[in-house]
Design a protein around this ligand. Structure first.
Ligand SMILES: Cc1cc2nc3c(=O)[nH]c(=O)nc-3n(C[C@H](O)[C@H](O)[C@H](O)COP(=O)(O)OP(=O)(O)OC[C@H]3O[C@@H](n4cnc5c(N)ncnc54)[C@H](O)[C@@H]3O)c2cc1C
Length: 365
């Protein structure tokens, strides 16, 4: 049985390892555009120089799994087309291509490995006193702005967004604001409309806000995630308004039952894009595939939440405790306890992908 896993992030890596572990007869091939597993939850550390996000894929995948360094161009009827015009046949396919960003012109998107590396190089070249603007005050924006401020106290850091960590409780939001103030990150509650390019070599660009305010910015980072690669749409699989593959209760594409879709690129009811959802979904797809092949009934996927962790530089963090449906409770953890919890969460996500285990509550094992 040939299984092709497209994308070696949290969902794809876990799915491939779990399949190889549970069903040794399967010939598993993972297709990924680079030879590293990228811990996207550490991209803000990668760009600020406070951590490393890449681990060789060969250290993450179980023995016996084939890996192909390529980009899947289209998914067809039982085969995929790779970029250089080569094809790979499959009996089952697991689509796990994650999410990407559509950045405003004049900004660097930090949600991808390439963008984070570009931002790292640009940041390293900034002299003291320069201004860095981070666009987007969601979790990625807050983590990026605070990480930069923590690593480079010689820079002025601005964070622009309509609302600060909107999925957190009011108390946790106030605590996040205080943490950012301590790092001298100024927060502007506004929307960036345009970034006008620098007039010449060495001069700053101009950020224009919806309110009409304008200010100069030496480096503008785009920290809004949300777009997904158009592979599913391009391949004729049914997608939702945001381009995510529509799946049934068992995480199979509603257009082709041989194709599973998991992680950020899948439209799964009640699920939000996160490594804590991508991992269990990858595991569930692998388990379902094994059940089907062995002639057993598949189990529907279900996801429960316990909390969301947010770092504010290296020495501060907030963990919002949530109800099972992911809505925030009144309770949140802060300071050292939250710093340890956040780091543990990132390590656990990677460990689960490597060992094919599930740490968070999800569908049946
Ligand atoms: C700075 C930052 C901080 C974050 N912090 C957190 C956090 O604290 N907690 C949390 O839960 N989540 C966090 N997230 C979100 C989390 O990283 C994502 O939700 C998670 O990575 C999704 O996993 P995935 O496996 O679906 O996709 P990814 O991890 O994005 O992996 C997708 C893989 O598919 C590959 N790929 C794409 N297209 C193709 C193609 N056509 N062919 C072959 N391969 C392809 C990509 O190169 C990549 O390797 C953060 C994200 C960012 C950017």
């Amino acid at each position: 049985m040939k299984v092709v896993v497209v994308g070696a992030g949290y969902a794809g890596t876990l799915a491939a390892n779990r399949l190889a572990k549970k069903f040794r007869e399967a010939q598993v091939t993972v297709v990924n555009p680079r030879s590293d597993f990228v811990e996207r939850v550490r991209l803000h550390q990668q760009l600020a120089g406070t951590g490393r996000a890449a681990t060789p894929l060969s250290d993450m995948l179980r023995e016996g799994i084939h890996s192909r360094l390529a980009t899947v161009h289209t998914i067809g009827d039982g085969s995929v087309t790779l970029d250089p015009g080569k094809t790979l046949d499959f009996d089952y396919l697991i689509l796990a291509v994650g999410s990407t960003t559509r950045a405003l012109e004049g900004t660097i998107p930090i949600g991808t490995w390439e963008g984070a590396e570009q931002a790292r190089a640009a940041l390293a070249g900034l002299p003291a006193g320069s201004t860095v603007t981070v666009v987007g005050a969601g979790l990625t924006g807050i983590e990026t702005a605070s990480e930069v401020a923590c690593a480079r106290s010689d820079l002025r850091v601005r964070l622009v967004g309509q609302s600060l960590a909107p999925t957190f409780s009011p108390g946790a939001q106030r605590r996040i604001h205080a943490g950012l103030e301590r790092l001298h990150v100024s927060v502007l509650r506004d929307t960036v409309e345009a970034v006008l390019p620098a007039a010449g070599e060495g001069s700053a660009g101009t950020v224009r806000l919806r309110s009409g305010e304008e200010f100069s910015s030496d480096l503008t980072l785009w920290a809004v995630l949300g777009a997904v690669p158009d592979l599913a749409a391009r391949s004729g699989l049914r997608v939702d308004d945001e381009g995510r593959a529509v799946v049934d209760a068992y995480l199979r594409s509603v257009s082709d039952p041989r194709v599973f879709a998991v992680g950020d690129c899948a439209a799964i009811a009640g699920s939000r894009p996160a490594c804590q959802t991508a991992g269990p979904q990858g595991a569930h797809a692998a388990d379902t595939l094994v059940r089907l092949v062995k002639g057993r009934d598949p189990e529907p996927y279900s996801q429960g939440y316990t909390g969301t962790a947010l770092s504010i530089g290296r020495r501060d963090a907030v963990i919002q405790l949530t109800h099972q449906d992911d809505s925030p409770t009144r309770f949140y953890l802060t300071s050292r306890l939250a710093v340890v919890g956040k780091e543990l969460g990132a390590r656990t996500a990677k460990h689960c992908a490597r060992t094919a285990t599930i740490a968070w509550r999800s569908g049946p094992e």
